[in-house]
Each structure stands twice: as structure tokens, then as C-alpha cells.
Design a protein around this ligand. Structure first.
Ligand code: MBD
Ligand code: FE
Length: 287
């Protein structure tokens, strides 16, 4: 047996053996070569990570415990692994890889954890806010192809948080979805709807991702944004977000989702709205 402790100093490890190459070689004949390549490279990076940092057994046990706890928060409305991928910038990196191949369009942005399949269908000009309190927002958006020609009949899912930064799925007292809708662009590619101005908000930090941000001394806030998922026959699907120019946390978004081209004016206005609706006090216009 070794005597207890190393007097506060761990000796240098011996050079690691050929273990990495031994494991990597086991993926040489994976039925799907892409899978084999990805697994081999993942093992290389993980081995490098533990050797370069001389990771202890305690630390590795802690890491496995962290991942286990992360996997335990997994439901239709809260997927902690997505959130982990988001705060580590991996979601954004994968998004940028895709996006780098589609220049000159409105850039895409990460989906995030709060998209719900099959949102309620609403008509052009509808109010998607469900009457929730907030600064009224009028959106008038044009969906075009790369030449600027209108794309008729697009299906557009929109979702956002309320004034306090909560999505409907986070609010226990609501019955049914609010601040999310499926709208249809008209024959001219135009899409109009009412909602409320989104605010900055904290991502959920009552789980392992919260502990990670704490350990890193990082804040949990996202810049205010509206989510869009746009599909049209013959076109690639676009998942994106439009950020509020002048909003908080644009420079330090907790999930690295902000792109310059997606920061747009939500113009302050007063008086009657374009559709004749009477609005008391200030409202905003997104065009
Ligand atoms: C969100 O609302 C979001 O849009 C992303 C990308 C991550 C966490 C919460
Ligand atoms: Fe969001």
C-alpha cells in the first residue's frame, strides 16, 4: 500500500501508454465509417483532456455525476442537455457550421429548448400574446427568396417569452399555449401579427447547468428575442431569432446566439397602428 497522501504534491504521471491508439483502432471497422470516425476522434479528444489536465478519479467521478444529473432533467419542455450544449456554445457552433454555407440570406440561429411542435394556428393580423401584459408589438415581415422576390404561402412558427422572460411552458397557471403561433405568409410573402415586446431573461438555472454557470462566475441572461421557424415548399427551412436592438445582454448572451445581422430595430411608436387598431401609449413596430 501507498502511504496516505503525497504530502500535498502529486508526482508527475508516467507517460501514458498506447492506450489511445488501441481504443481508436477498435473503431476502424465500424459499419458506418462516419460513426467510426466520430467515435475515434471523440476518444482522442477525451483522452487528451484527461491526460493534459491530469484529471483525478474524484474529478472524473464528479464529471460523470454532473452528466448523470443533466440527463435526469429531460422532458418535453425542459431538456438540460440542450441547455448544456447551448451554454457551452456547441449549439451555436453547429449552427454556424451550417450557416457558413448559406451566405446572403437571413442567418439562422439556435432553436433553443422552448419550441413546441404544432403551435396553435392563427390568421394574419392575429394577436398571439393571449392578452398578456406588455408593450404591444406589431410585426410586419417580408419573406423573400435570395433575389428579393416574395415567397408566397410560407408557414411561420413564432414563439417568445413574456414581459418577465418566461415562456408559456414555464408558467404553471396558464391553460393552453400563449406567445406562440403558426401563421401563414400571404401571397406577397408578408406576415403580420400582434404580440408584445420580448424582454431579456434568465435561462433555467435550477439544474446542473445553473451550477456550471455559478462555478464559472457567469450570468444566465439571454438578450431579448423573437423565435421564428419558416418553411415554404421548395425552400430550406429557416430557424432563426430576431434580437431587439439596444436590448440588454446583446454582447454577452448566455448561449452565444446573437448575430449582428439578426439585431433589428423594434421601432418605438405612438398613435394608431397600421391595421387601424387603437393602442394606448407606446407600442413597437418590427418591419
Ligand atoms: C432560450 O429561450 C433560448 O432561446 C435558447 C437558445 C436557450 C435557452 C433559452
Ligand atoms: Fe428563447
Amino acid at each position: 500500500l501507498l502511504r496516505d497522501a503525497w504530502a500535498g504534491r502529486r508526482p508527475e504521471p508516467r507517460r501514458p501508454s498506447g492506450l489511445t491508439e488501441q481504443v481508436v483502432a477498435t473503431f476502424d471497422h465500424a459499419p458506418d465509417p462516419r460513426t467510426g470516425r466520430l467515435l475515434a476522434d471523440l476518444v482522442r479528444h477525451l483522452h487528451h483532456f484527461v491526460t493534459a489536465n491530469d484529471v483525478t478519479e474524484d474529478e472524473w467521478r464528479h464529471a460523470i455525476d454532473f452528466l448523470t444529473r443533466t440527463g435526469q432533467i429531460s422532458s418535453a419542455t425542459r431538456q438540460e442537455f440542450v441547455l448544456l450544449s447551448d451554454v457551452l456554445g456547441v449549439s451555436s457552433m453547429v449552427d454556424q457550421l451550417t450557416n457558413s454555407r448559406t451566405p446572403d440570406t437571413t442567418p439562422s440561429a439556435v432553436l433553443g429548448p422552448f419550441y413546441v411542435e404544432g403551435p396553435p394556428e392563427m390568421a394574419q393580423g392575429a394577436d398571439i400574446s393571449g392578452g398578456l401584459h406588455g408593450t404591444p408589438l406589431w410585426a410586419d415581415i417580408r419573406i423573400t427568396d435570395l433575389d428579393g422576390a416574395p415567397v408566397p404561402g410560407a408557414v411561420v412558427d413564432v414563439w417568445q417569452s413574456n414581459e418577465d422572460g418566461f415562456y408559456d411552458v414555464q408558467l404553471p397557471d396558464l391553460d393552453g399555449p400563449v406567445l406562440r403561433a403558426r401563421l401563414r405568409g400571404d401571397a406577397d410573402g408578408r406576415l403580420r401579427f400582434w404580440s408584445i415586446l420580448p424582454s431579456e431573461y434568465p435561462i433555467p438555472v435550477d439544474g446542473p447547468v445553473g451550477r456550471l454557470l455559478e462555478a464559472a462566475g457567469r450570468h444566465e441572461y439571454r438578450a431579448p428575442h423573437l423565435h421564428f421557424m419558416i418553411t415554404a415548399p421548395g425552400f430550406q427551412r429557416l430557424v432563426t431569432q430576431l434580437f431587439v436592438a439596444g436590448g440588454a445582454y446583446l454582447d454577452s448572451d448566455a448561449v452565444f446566439g446573437v448575430k449582428e445581422a439578426l439585431v433589428v430595430d423594434y421601432v418605438p411608436r405612438n398613435g394608431p397602428a397600421p391595421d387601424g387598431r387603437r393602442v394606448d401609449g407606446e407600442w413597437r413596430s418590427l418591419e
